[in-house]
Design a protein around this ligand. Structure first.
Ligand code: GAL
Length: 333
């Protein structure tokens, strides 16, 4: 190779290296939701936070969710954001335990983590579905962890079956008066139940009641116009199925079926996803984001997210599919 060829070769090599470096470091800055697409955090890594919830605290959004590799549970991740589009990884909020006798030992499963803030104790409390190492989905317990800081690390408090009832898919809901509740799939998922939490949110009370027996899971709840709305899925594992929404004047029921709130293509299979939670936008009345998981059972880490606006026309509540959308939809109402 003569000197000119050598120069050209090294220039090209340099250009290639710079392209690779900036290609990774300069990641997309989002200004809208790309529903069901790969979503990168501000470091360029795929967001890994499934089945969780979002908490608004100190003018910041915190997104909690299951951290997964292809098949295993790796604890609970937390991300922060100022705009709901661009997320900074804040690390593991709750890790599995190295103590093999613990209910949250490595090899077990943590699902559907939900964080709530207790105004009296000023603590952040995480509730989640616990499955114990080596027992598949047989333990059917709920877990509680607590932290002084929103991003954790959360300290595991206990896991148990509420008042002796199995507890698998679950959510927690804090009502306007500060009372909190766990809504959970019980009796091999045939029953949907509710139980009121203690004032410190660290345990359950005996106020535990059957809501309906319809073999449903993935509960996601919100309150609109003094009524409670509950979206659930059927029980088909990671495979998607038809969502059903129910409405009630009281959390303890009676829960009446409204029907499938999803609309448009693939609405009969929840757009290929499953309900995770509903986020009421802070300081914006009647503005809710439905969040679903588009599970990929061959590689759970690559499960994607369905962020979609909940829309109202009179008493009609529905969720339409959008490939992309932004928060301006809530200003146009
Ligand atoms: C789903 C459930 C998920 C996960 C999965 C395991 O039905 O909603 O959270 O538990 O089953 O197969």
């Amino acid at each position: 190779m003569n000197i000119k060829m050598k120069c050209l070769f090294f220039c090209l090599l340099f250009l290639f290296a710079m392209t690779c470096f900036y290609g990774h470091a300069q990641t997309a800055k989002y200004n809208q939701f790309h529903v069901g697409e790969i979503w990168l955090d501000i470091n360029g890594d795929t967001i890994n936070a499934h089945g969780g919830n979002i908490v608004y605290y100190n003018k910041t959004y915190y997104w909690f969710g299951e951290k997964r590799n292809a098949h295993q549970s790796l604890g609970v991740n937390v991300y922060s954001s100022k705009d709901l589009y661009n997320w900074k990884p804040e690390g593991l909020a709750l890790a599995h335990s190295d103590d093999t006798t613990s209910d949250i030992a490595w090899g077990g499963i943590m699902e559907r983590p939900k964080v709530i803030f207790n105004r009296k104790t000023k603590k952040f409390v995480m509730w989640f579905h616990v499955e114990v190492r080596g027992k598949g989905y047989g333990a059917a317990k709920v877990g509680v962890a607590v932290s002084d800081r929103i991003t954790g690390p959360y300290k595991f408090v206990r896991s148990f079956r509420p008042n002796g009832n199995m507890s698998r898919d679950m959510t927690v809901y804090v009502d306007d008066d500060g009372s909190a509740y766990e809504i959970y799939s019980s009796r091999e998922n045939y029953d949907m139940r509710i139980v009121k939490l203690t004032d410190d949110y660290l345990n359950v009370t005996a106020k535990d009641s059957l809501l309906f027996s319809a073999h449903r899971e993935a509960p996601a709840i919100f309150k609109y116009n003094k009524k409670y709305y509950l979206i659930t899925s059927a029980c088909t594992g990671w495979a998607s199925n038809k969502a059903i929404m129910r409405v009630a004047d009281n959390l303890y029921g009676e829960w009446k079926i409204v029907g499938n709130p999803m609309r448009g293509k693939d609405s009969n299979i929840t757009f290929g996803g499953q309900s995770a939670f509903i986020f009421p936008l802070p300081k914006k009345k009647n503005s809710f984001i439905y969040v679903g998981d588009k599970w990929n059972p061959r590689n759970l880490e690559d499960s994607r997210y369905h962020f979609l606006p909940i829309e109202f026309s009179g008493d009609d509540v529905h969720i339409d599919w959008y490939d992309t959308w932004n928060l301006d939809v809530f200003n146009k109402k």
